[in-house]
Design a protein around this ligand. Structure first.
Ligand code: SF4
Length: 248
């Protein structure tokens, strides 16, 4: 379920995720603090658009909540997932929390969903190295489409995002699944898809995940992709072990 901003805990779930199995979410930022203000965001408009890392929730609070919840629930999650109502890599204590989780809960897989905007920062890449699965997104390569879809904070460009993704691929040895969120009319045109395929060929992800609107997005003109078009786009990305997720 998307975050609403009314939650008091930084944990959400476990939920049965379409792509990860039973996933317990860990949200390290204040609601709708993000480097992007995506037109498709299912958590609504970004209220704190920033690229500045800071500590939003103290490490001790996150670890205490996690320990209490994992002790209390019978149906244990398959994966602990950094995600939520903002961009997880904005949390300056992400690396510290991740290291504690890997030390204290070695049997759980850890996943990070990121919009890739801060991957050009070598500190961020170093911090996220211990995750088992990283799902970074790249929704557009052309500056015009990138701007229309992601509406980024100042200084975040598609060139920087792509170069961060390439650096991550070189330095990171876990599973890297590149997510592309398809916004019909913007990044599903032949030139935009060709640019995305070229970028994917450079990144060499372990898989590509095509995503589409599932619940209402921030802008009501954003529509889900039809099954027929998604199948065609999947075919276009066939060299990459591609899956897609459609509106349920
Ligand atoms: S990057 Fe994620 S959280 Fe941020 S605005 Fe886009 S969809 Fe929402």
């Amino acid at each position: 379920m998307p975050r609403t901003g009314n939650e008091t805990s930084c944990l959400f779930g476990p939920v049965n995720s379409r792509r990860l199995g039973r996933s317990l979410g860990i949200d390290l930022v204040k609601f709708k603090t993000c480097t992007f203000n995506c037109v498709f965001c299912e958590c609504g408009r970004t209220t704190n658009l920033t690229a500045e890392r800071q500590i939003f929730i103290p490490t001790e609070k996150v670890l205490k909540e996690l320990s209490a919840l994992l002790d209390a629930i019978k149906d244990k999650p398959d994966v602990l997932t950094f995600s939520g109502g903002g961009e997880p890599t904005l949390a300056a204590n992400l690396g510290e929390i991740l290291a504690e989780i890997k030390k204290n809960y070695p049997s759980y897989k850890v996943c990070l969903l990121t919009n890739s905007s801060l991957l050009s920062d070598s500190q961020v890449r170093a911090e996220i190295k211990p995750v088992d699965i990283v799902i970074p997104s790249l929704n557009a390569v052309s500056p015009a489409a990138f701007q229309k879809i992601n509406r980024p904070s100042a200084g975040v460009t598609p060139e920087k995002v792509l170069s961060g993704l390439l650096d991550l691929r070189r330095e990171y040895h876990g599973q890297l699944l590149l997510e592309i969120f398809i916004v019909p009319g913007i990044n599903d045109t032949p030139p935009e898809l060709a640019l995305l395929r070229e970028a994917a060929a450079l990144i060499k992800p372990d898989g590509v995940q095509l995503n589409s609107l599932d619940r209402a997005g921030t802008e009501d003109w954003v529509k889900p992709v039809s099954a027929e078009n998604m199948q065609k786009i999947k075919e276009f990305f066939k060299e990459f072990n591609t899956n897609y997720y459609l509106k349920r």
